[in-house]
Design a protein around this ligand. Sequence first.
Ligand SMILES: Cc1cc2nc3c(=O)[nH]c(=O)nc-3n(C[C@H](O)[C@H](O)[C@H](O)COP(=O)(O)O)c2cc1C
Length: 613
Amino acid sequence: MDNFYKQGRGVWSPAPEVASSSVEGTNSAQADPVQALRQLSQPVFVIAKPSQWQKQSLPFTLVNHGQVRFPAQPARPTSGTVASDTTSGTNSNTANLCGPTAPNSSSTQNYPLLAMAPPVTPSTLGETDFRNTYGLKYACLSGSMANGIASEELVCSMAKAGMMGFFGSAGLSLEEVRQHIDSLQAKLEQPANSGVPVNQGRPQTAPAVLPHGFNLIHSPSDPQLEEKLVQLFIAKNVQNIEASAFLGLTPALLHYRYSGLKRNSDGTVYAPHHVFAKISRLEVAQKLLAPPPEDMLRNLVEAGKLTPQEAELAQGLPAASALTAEADSGGHTDNRPALGLIPAVINLRDRMREKYGWYVPVGAAGGIATPQAAAAAFAMGAAYVMTGSINQACQESGTCDVVRGMLAHATPADVMMAPAADMFEMGVNVQVLKWGTMFPVRARKLYEIYRTYPSFEQVPPNLQSQIERDFLRTSFQEAWQSTQAFFQKRDPRQIEKALRDPKHLMALVFRSYLGQASRWANAGVPERRADYQIWCGPAMGSFNQWCKGTFLADVKERHADLAALNIMAGAGYLTRTALIGSQGVKLPPQWCSFAPLPYQEIASLLQESSSVF
Ligand SMILES: Cc1cc2nc3c(=O)[nH]c(=O)nc-3n(C[C@H](O)[C@H](O)[C@H](O)COP(=O)(O)O)c2cc1C
C-alpha cells in the first residue's frame, strides 16, 4: 500500500503523515463497508486508513459522502490533521471526508484517495435515451416466450416495476392474440393525469399505457399470418413489437414499422411503431440497420399499405428501432457466445451510424440471469438487457408448477439442442431442458428417422412400434388423423402436400408430437411428463446457482419483477466493486458478491423505486 502512495496514485495526499489522533471517532463506514457500497446512489470513496486502523485487517476503508465522524475537538487541528466539519456546516463533528467538495478543502488532504466508485443505480445502467424513449425506469426487458409462456401476468409484473416485457404471441391464434392485446392494454392503462411518460406512438386521445409489447415471429411458411398479425398490431395501436427469427426484411415488418410516420413541426420524424429486432447474425442485423429497400416500399405503397409520404419518410429510418443481440439462449438460438456477439453487433451498429447517421440502441440477451452477466453486458455497451429463461421459472409465467420445479433443478449443463417443431424439416434446433424429461432424446430420434426413411411405412417394424407405443401413444394412422385436423384449421396446404409426399406426411406427424410436447409441459399433463418440451438456456442454471441457499431457491418466491430488480441492483453493486478493483484496490471477496434480496429489502435498497411498490 505504501508503494501505492509513492507511485502518486493517491489523489489527495501522496505521502501523508496521517494524524491518527484526530480520527478516533465513530466511523460508520468502517463498521459496515458493504453498506457504503450498497448505497448505490452515493459515490463511494476508498481511503487509506490512519495508521492505528491499519493494525486491523485492511489498510483502507470505504466511505460515502459525509459518513466518517470525528471528535468534536480534534487533538491537533493543524496541518496534517483533519479538522471538524468544513463543508456541511451542520454537524461540527461530521467531516465530509471525500465528498464532491472535498478536493477544495485543505482539511481533507491528509486522507489519500485510493479509489472511488461513482453512483451506479439500476436506473442509471444502460442508455438514458433508451430508457426515456420507452418510458422505462430500468433498462431491463423480458423477452417473448411462445404460447403465452410470457403471459399477461409476466408482462404486467415487468411494466409495473418500471421495465418492459413482450407477450409471447407466437403459437397463438390471431383471435387469441387479439384478446391478449385488449386485456393487456386495459390492465396497463393509466389515468390521464398519472404522469406516465409513455404514450409515444399512441393517438393523443388514447389513454396512456405502461410500456409493453408483443412478439412478431417470422413465419416463412405463412407470410399471410405475419401480415395479419401486423394489421392487428396497427389497428390496436400496439407500440412495441419484438421481431424475431427474421432472416431479412419482409413486407409485413416494414408495413408495421413505417405506417403512421409523420413529419413533426421541428423537422424530426414521428414514428408510432417500434421494432425491437432480435438477432444473432450480423448479416441480418445489417439489413435491419440499413435504409429499407426502395422496391419493397414501392410495393407497399402500391398495395395501399403505406402512403407515398410514409414511404418517403421511411427512407430516413432503419427498420429496427432497437436491436437485441441474442447470444446462447433458451428456445431458438445460434448458440453464439455473448462475449463475441455483443461487441460485434455494437461495432456493426457504429459503422452503420457513421454511414447513415442514425443511432440504434443495442441490447443484450442470452445468459442474462445474474448481476454479473448484466453488469458485463452493460460494461460492453448494451443499452439494455433482456431476460428469458429465468422468467419461465417465475410464478407469473404461463407454464405449470411442475415445470417451474424442474427448471429450479437445472444447472448450466442441463440443457441441450433438440429439433424444433416449426422448422423440423430444415434441421433447425431449439435449446431445451434435458433434466427430468426424455423429450430432447426422443425428438432427436424422430429427426433421425425422418432423415433416414422416405416414409413411416419404410421404418423398421420394431422402430415403428416403439414410436407408436412410447412417443405417439397411438397408431401412426390415428396420429395422422389428429394432425390433419390441426392443419385443416392452421394451414390446409400442408395436408395437400403430405398426401402427395409421404415423407412430408411423416414430418407433419412428428411435428405434431413436438408441438404438443410444449403444450403438455405448459398445461402440466401428468401422464406426459416424460415428453415435456421445455425451452431453456444455460441462463437458468446460472440463475439457480446464484439463488442457491437464498430465499429465491424456493420457486414460490420467484417473481419476474423481483428477479429483474435484483439482477439490476446487483449489476449496479458489482459495477462499483469492479471499478474499485480496476483502480488497484483489492476488496475482500465477500464484499464482491450480491445475494438476492426479498421485496422489502430490494425496495429500500433502490431508494428511488419506492413508488413502484
Ligand atoms: C420458454 C421460452 C420460450 C421462448 N419463446 C420465444 C418466442 O416465442 N419468441 C422469441 O422471440 N423468443 C423466444 N424465446 C427467447 C426469449 O425471448 C429470450 O430472447 C431468451 O430466452 C433470452 O435468453 P436466455 O434464455 O438465455 O435468458 C423463448 C425463450 C424461452 C426460454
